[in-house]
Design a protein around this ligand. Sequence first.
Ligand code: MG
Length: 378
Amino acid sequence: MGVAAIIVAAGRGTRMGGGLPKQWRPLAGRPVLAHAVASLQGAGVARIVLVLHPDDMGRADIPQGVQVVGLTGGDERQHSVRSGLAALAADPPAHVLIHDGARPFPGAAMIGRLLAALDRHPGAAPALAVTDALWRGEGGLVAGVQDRASLYRAQTPQAFHYDAIAAAHAAHPGGAADDVQVARAAGLDVAIVEGDEDNLKLTWPADFDRAERIAKGRDMDIRMGNGFDVHAFTTGDHLWLCGVKLPHGRALLGHSDADVAMHALTDAIYGALAEGDIGVHFPPSDPQWKGAASHIFLRHAMDRVRARGYALANCDVTILCERPRIGPHQGAMRAALAAIMGVEADRISVKATTTEKLGFTGREEGIAAQATALLVRA
Ligand code: MG
């Protein structure tokens, strides 16, 4: 029971260029078809049957997590759909979405509207009202105006009660443009549900350009992390904060240079990557990191950012202490961090606050620092 989807992707059309059927052409780094699968999975459709041309069954880039069946019985669209319906027959779902693999972005909200409509109708299909004026033309001249009041642009997936559409396909003589036509031929009502402008069908090269822009927006991947660190004061005459050496009546106690602010920032970056913290990458128990300068940690974290395909959008460090005064050194600190991290200084904020003489920082037993880092897909 439940919902299943059939994605028909056996077409051979290469009008978009590139020598590949359009559903296999790369779009934002993966095949168009992979976007369609991911969109349906993202809408909560876990059971997906992919109907492929026999020539494509051995491809290495077939999306994962789907049931793949080869097209049989002919190479028209209806043969693909029948192949998909047959693959579901042994354990039939209550509802089935039949989708065209050349539409990479069937949105979750639209899928929800389709499935809701199946409570009241045996079929439901997404469509957009025609808003442009429609003309009839002859020889390059306007020959008349077409009333657009009852016209719609049809999309997929088209949604049906499985038993009803399976019976309709079995009874249909063939030659239907889509599954709505098959359903209507069997006397089934098909509700019109609001479609989605982003749910475009890739046909021409310009469609592909638009799909790239949509994919970019959808794939926007932002990761945020925070870090916090504390080091206690010990005897000494200077301390390190954000890579800058400050003369001071005490030093900070710790492995390495005890640069508490740089540690907090480094942990924020590891946190954004969900890659643990400094202690995971540079275990204090390992003698090779004893006394290591903190910029080694920060540089490593930024290397991980780039290796994972991200860039630092910005970071913000707050140092909590009564003394030393941070203000006069903010510029030098931002410049030092920028050089270590390989980013512009305007992406780095360093600021400080006292804790009004409250707590361990107020009693000047140590310094605390916290940091936030934001990463974006590069
Ligand atoms: Mg530390």
